[in-house]
Design a protein around this ligand. Structure first.
Ligand SMILES: [Zn+2]
Length: 395
């Protein structure tokens, strides 16, 4: 082997690795589906959906998103599931959900009755992550590189039959989801509005303003539970009659939960009730807050009240939805919206455009096959170059 060949060898090896990774990363795009997005309409009707109508039970402090050490340390997680559980237990959490990447984990302490199978879905470079809650299985399919709105919807469609609830995680993080995506996406149930990487209230208000009934929830998304800046910072208060997983999932489904931002898991205020009587929203807290803010369509601030533990707010002139934010000395509470309805909350699902999906797949398979052939020809060329023996020149 001459010197030139020897020097070029590492370059060819790197190129071979890049091409192998690229061909693997591109492969899932062959399975792209194309959708007709539903015509989501702004909330309307003479009735109000109130997620807090059921006042039975108590509030359980819960975190549904925390990573433990997993996959032999390959993914970002520091403590074992049992150590993670101990940290949150010491911070007074009632429900401690472990959600590793593509892996359902459980601490030894958690009983099977109160265990909710959760994992974080996402094998892509731009942090487009989803959160199956009550998962029956792990779906390992993803589009690793770019994702159009159709790819984002397709992931939801692939996950949805395998899980009771499905959240879109931290959409603001790395702009993984554009706020406008939420005018079109459907068939998910929650948006992770609070997360220690990013808050995503804008995305939530876009979904709600479009007329999609998504509920918000908050989680630490901690990766190292010894760090106080990412542990005990964001959580979800769940109102249920006991900590049985079925009741928790039902409370989440109904929106009888509150996303909270705070520190060390300290709770300094609680919702006593939120009622709607004769088109007036009546809210009562356990203690006086710094301020209670009323938010309407497109995140517009409609009203605010300082130093109060209660609020009366007329809904007569409001068309679509109203949500409340409560600011306390140590916590900020983000309540789920009350929504105008014609009796029940609307549901939306996209329709797969089978003919167009088939066409896209045929084109995709053809392009992919051409790409593989190009790689094969290139590899053959290099192989021939190295098989053509010549004397090694030593300088
Ligand atoms: Zn994530």
């Amino acid at each position: 082997m001459n010197l030139k060949k020897l020097l070029l060898l590492p370059l060819y090896v790197i190129l071979a690795v890049v091409l192998a990774v690229a061909s693997l990363a591109i492969f899932p795009y062959v399975f792209t589906n194309i959708y007709k997005f539903p015509d989501i309409k702004p909330f309307t009707g003479n009735e109000w959906y109130n997620p807090y109508a059921d006042t039975s039970g108590e509030w359980f402090k819960s975190n549904f998103h925390a990573h433990s050490k997993a996959w032999g340390g390959l993914t970002n997680g520091t403590l074992s599931p049992n150590q993670l559980d101990s940290v949150y237990l010491s911070l007074g959490y009632d429900f401690i959900g472990i959600s590793n990447y593509h892996l359902i984990s459980k601490s030894a302490r958690t009983s099977s009755e109160s265990f909710i199978p959760i994992y974080e879905h996402g094998l892509n470079i731009l942090k487009r992550h989803q959160h199956p809650l009550g998962a029956k299985e792990v779906v390992n399919f993803d589009y690793p590189l770019f994702q159009s709105l159709h790819h984002k919807q397709d992931i939801i469609e692939r996950l949805r039959p395998t899980t009771r609830l499905l959240a879109i995680n931290h959409p603001e993080f790395l702009n993984s989801y554009d706020p406008d995506d939420f005018k079109y996406l459907s068939n998910y149930t929650h948006i992770e509005i609070l997360n220690h990487y990013r808050t995503s209230l804008k995305h939530w208000d876009v979904a709600l303003s479009a007329g999609y009934p998504a509920f918000g929830y908050g989680n630490d998304d901690s990766h190292d539970q010894t760090k106080t800046d990412e542990t005990g910072r964001f959580w979800t208060m769940v109102r249920a009659t006991s900590n049985l997983s079925d009741l928790f999932l039902d409370a989440l489904r109904k929106g009888n939960t509150i996303a909270v931002k705070g520190d060390r898991g300290v709770v300094d205020n609680e919702l006593r009730y939120l009622k709607i009587v004769n088109d007036t929203l009546r809210l009562k807290l356990s203690t006086i807050s710094d301020s209670i803010v009323v938010i309407g369509n497109n995140g517009e601030r409609l009203s605010s009240l300082a130093n109060s533990d209660s609020l009366l707010f007329s809904l007569t002139k409001l068309k679509a939805y109203v949500r409340i934010e409560v600011y306390n000395p140590k916590t900020s509470m983000f309540l789920n919206p009350v929504i105008r309805t014609e009796g029940i909350l609307p549901t939306y699902k996209p329709v797969k455009n089978a003919a167009f999906s088939f066409l896209v797949r045929i084109v995709g398979i053809t392009l992919y096959a051409a790409f593989l052939l190009w790689i094969l020809r290139y590899v053959k060329k290099i192989y021939r170059y190295y098989r053509n023996r010549s004397v090694i020149k030593i300088v």
